[in-house]
Design a protein around this ligand. Structure first.
Ligand SMILES: Cc1cn([C@H]2C[C@H](O)[C@@H](COP(=O)(O)OP(=O)(O)O[C@H]3O[C@H](C)C(=O)[C@H](O)[C@H]3O)O2)c(=O)[nH]c1=O
Length: 189
């Protein structure tokens, strides 16, 4: 059983799989095709990713893969706490440039579904965070792209100050939103 906690921006879903707690701890099905299909997530994922970020204030994003390697993602946190963000990058979308964010943590068990056509990124809110996510297209380095996480037009509040964010060289050099040419087109859905 998976609870649909919130929907936003024409496709982003915040979900919570049921957690069975007992004196030993808990058990939860973090992915179940039948249970997720019941809340409209019918994605055929092909790859599981796991990243560890050692320090609070680490940012990975805002990232995308351009078509035909565009990725939908199902993101969860198995250790720590992150602010997870999806930005609508579909040209023509009524929510183009708008974002949805949610705090995902090992404690709250929340997962964020980010459809293709959205930028994705997170900021760790504590040290030693492990983020695990499923994607429905394989990694393709040549189609990998990024936009500055602290872009003034996107105006995302990440939960921690951005001035001391820990970034990869790629993310530090990412273009601003105003200089970004999106490869995604809204399908009117
Ligand atoms: C994403 C990816 C990366 N790699 C290799 C490429 C680099 O040598 C190394 C680190 O890659 P990168 O610095 O792009 O990793 P992140 O900054 O965590 O990127 C991810 O961050 C945000 C949160 C995302 O949503 C994307 O999944 C992804 O862009 O792993 C692979 O071999 N396969 C992959 O699928």
């Amino acid at each position: 059983m998976v609870e649909l906690v919130a929907e936003a921006l024409g496709g982003v879903k915040l979900v919570r799989p049921r957690r069975f707690e007992d004196e030993r701890g808990f058990f939860t099905e973090t992915w179940n095709a039948r249970a997720f299909a019941a809340i409209g997530i019918n994605t055929a994922f092909v790859q599981d990713n796991h990243s560890r970020s050692v320090r609070a204030g680490t940012v990975r994003g805002l990232h995308y893969q351009a078509p035909p390697f565009a990725q939908a993602k199902l993101v969860r946190v198995s250790q720590g706490r992150v602010m997870d963000v999806a930005v609508d990058a579909r040209v023509g979308s009524p929510s183009y440039g708008q974002h949805f964010k949610a705090e995902l943590s090992a404690d709250n068990g929340l997962q964020l579904f980010v459809p293709a056509g959205f930028l994705h990124g997170f900021m760790t809110l504590e040290d030693d965070c492990h983020v695990q996510y499923k994607v429905d297209a394989h990694y393709d380095r040549a189609s990998d792209g990024a936009v500055r996480f602290d872009d003034p037009d996107l105006a995302i509040d990440w939960g921690l100050p951005t001035g001391r964010a820990i970034l990869s060289q790629k993310d530090a050099a990412a273009p601003l939103w105003r200089d970004f040419t999106s490869p995604f087109v809204w399908q009117g859905d």
